[in-house]
Design a protein around this ligand. Structure first.
Ligand code: F3S
Length: 299
């Protein structure tokens, strides 16, 4: 039989679980439509499920009728969005993850003290957009080592940074090193400020990848953190593929493969992982072993 190594922790983080619970509670207490700004979670299956039950996903608040209720997703929003919601008379249910909220508070505080705040992250990411909105003009985005070397700052002795929660720990370290080389007085978070769920999932995929010939990461193509897990598995020496669901598994991937690692990003619901494991069982006998790298208890 083939061995399936199941990474732990994997799937939903506490922040995403909480956001989905909030939306589900609204649906059951009030019925649809429930307006949600931005995907509540980057997973096509979850989104389709919620849509069928009355959730309407919008990109911007102008799509929400005056006076209606809107949910802000776990990625957080910029202050301008909160103002716009108030102007529109919307009732806001805020599902921003407390860890993202902490980055906003950090950025706000640093900007108030003067100096430049740098957000290490990816352009266009919802979480990053929200944080950049905290202090327009005093917050800069840095996406790479190259950008770290050139980002303009007002006073090099007063620069601080925050990090997008879903970046890979590896990728971040290089950018922060480049910033520190330029700004010796750089202020930034201690390691426990990096999202524990992202860190744990990245460590867990490394643990299974070194033992596996193939790693399947269950997640949506739109999920940045699922892509990160694929990258990390490859860097650890295994072949790796992102699968949205069992239909994406290509049987030829499994040729001559004895050990398959399975994990899922923080936006993937656990039942989807189970269906992938069942599908692997359909392609030949398997034994499933769990590899727990760290016990995840709280958010
Ligand atoms: Fe929050 Fe981290 Fe999840 S920031 S939403 S716990 S990935």
């Amino acid at each position: 039989a083939r061995r399936v190594l199941l990474a732990a922790p994997r799937s939903f983080c506490a922040g995403v679980e909480r956001a989905i619970e909030l939306v589900e509670r609204l649906l059951s207490e009030r019925g649809g439509p429930v307006y949600v700004r931005k995907p509540v979670v980057h997973n096509a299956h979850v989104a389709a499920e919620l849509r069928s039950r009355g959730v309407v996903f919008v990109e911007e608040l102008t799509e929400v009728p005056h006076g209606a209720t809107v949910v802000f997703s776990s990625h957080g929003v910029s202050p301008a969005v909160r103002v716009a919601a108030r102007r529109r008379g919307l009732e806001v249910i805020d599902a921003t993850c407390p860890l993202v909220e902490r980055l906003h508070a950090e950025a706000r505080r640093a900007a108030e003290e003067g100096g430049t705040v740098i957000v290490v992250g990816h352009a266009g990411n919802e979480e990053v957009d929200g944080i950049l909105g905290e202090a327009p003009g005093r917050i800069a985005l840095v996406q790479s080592v190259e950008e770290a070397r050139h980002v303009p700052v007002a006073d090099p002795s007063r620069v601080s940074y925050v990090i997008q929660t879903t970046l890979s720990v590896h990728e971040t370290a290089e950018v922060v090193d480049a910033l520190r080389a330029r700004f010796p007085m750089l202020k930034g978070p201690s390691s426990e400020d990096v999202c524990y769920a992202t860190t744990n999932r990245q460590n867990a995929v490394r643990v299974i990848a070194v033992e596996s010939e193939l790693v399947l990461v269950v997640g949506s193509k739109s999920s940045p953190n699922a892509h990160q897990l694929v990258e990390i598995a490859r860097r650890s020496g295994s072949a790796a593929h992102l699968v949205e669901d069992p239909r994406d598994i290509q049987p030829h991937w499994l040729t001559e493969v004895r050990t398959i690692g399975v994990t899922a990003g923080a936006s993937t619901p656990p039942p989807l992982v189970n269906s992938v494991i069942r599908a692997l069982g359909g392609l030949g006998p398997v034994t499933v072993e769990k590899r727990e790298s760290v016990r995840e208890t709280s958010g």
